[in-house]
Design a protein around this ligand. Structure first.
Ligand SMILES: Nc1nc2c(c(=O)[nH]1)N[C@@H](CN(C=O)c1ccc(C(=O)N[C@@H](CCC(=O)O)C(=O)O)cc1)CN2
Ligand SMILES: NCC(=O)N[C@@H]1O[C@H](COP(=O)([O-])[O-])[C@@H](O)[C@H]1O
Length: 231
């Protein structure tokens, strides 16, 4: 099972951690790939840009190379995400850690509906296209960027969305726009989109940890500004 990881130190600016008075949130990040989005969140938490958080890491075996360097900082729980682990075992592990939010970061398996129901409005995912375009089963990694280029789309970019029981159909929380160049390879587009992913995911997770997500009457989630609560 996952074991609590270290609690991040005070913010980069020293003194009180940001979000003073906001209860510390407990996150777990699910990773299947290289782990760069996890590292962006981890580094932001370390630097005090994300409200003090306890970050645990749940990793599929195939990703171990991407996050081995973080072994000492975060618990890697292969048993938690190993093939065949039951949803009940997953839920028990998360409850033992008193996890508040689950972040999917390049995670490639379908989150079961039981887990989605156990964590309402509390699971985020980052997808490398402007959903609802180029999302759903079969759309992951370079496949997404290949499809974007083949479509002739002039713009792409990452989407942070809440997770429901289907792939990529949950409510969109944040997006960034990235121009598609005429001679882009999928790898070149992926690199530019990934750079924006790292920023927009940290912004979204910071807002989530600081209780700055507002749900519009029609069910659309909005990020309330850190500086101007009316924005
Ligand atoms: N319940 C949910 N689970 C997951 C979501 C989600 O929105 N709801 N997002 C995905 C991440 N994702 C896109 O952002 C995504 C990941 C994987 C696939 C996919 O087609 N996977 C293949 C298997 C790939 C593999 O195991 O190598 C498949 O299911 O055939 C589509 C979209 C994470 N989970
Ligand atoms: N549909 C899911 C999907 O394609 N996710 C994408 O996988 C990459 C993982 O990178 P990382 O492991 O370095 O964070 C990221 O580009 C992420 O958007």
């Amino acid at each position: 099972m996952l074991a609590p990881t270290r609690r991040w130190g005070r913010g980069r600016r020293g003194g009180e951690a940001r979000g003073v008075g906001v209860e510390r949130k407990r996150l777990v990040v699910f990773v299947s790939g290289g782990g760069s989005n996890f590292r962006a969140i981890h580094d932001a938490a370390l630097g005090g840009d994300v409200n003090d958080v306890v970050v645990a890491l749940a990793v599929e075996e195939r990703s171990m190379r991407g996050v081995m360097a973080y072994r000492s900082l975060c618990s890697l729980s292969r048993s938690l995400l190993q093939r065949g682990v039951s949803t009940d075992e997953l839920l028990n592990g998360l409850r033992e850690l008193r996890v508040d939010f689950i972040l999917l970061a390049g995670y490639l398996k379908l989150i079961p509906v039981e887990l989605v129901q156990a964590y309402p409005k509390s699971i985020l995912n980052i997808h490398p296209s402007l959903l609802p375009a180029f999302g759903g089963k079969g759309y992951y990694g370079l496949k997404v960027h290949k499809a974007v280029i083949a479509s002739g789309a002039r713009y792409s970019g990452p989407t942070v969305h809440f997770v429901d029981e289907h792939y990529d159909t949950g409510r969109t929380l944040a997006q960034r726009v990235v121009p598609v160049q005429a001679n882009d390879t999928p790898e070149q587009l992926a690199t530019r989109v990934l750079h924006e992913e790292h920023q927009v995911y940290v912004e979204a997770v910071t807002a989530l940890c600081e209780d700055r997500i507002v749900w519009r009457e029609d069910g659309i989630p909005l990020i309330r500004s850190q500086t101007n609560p009316d924005e």
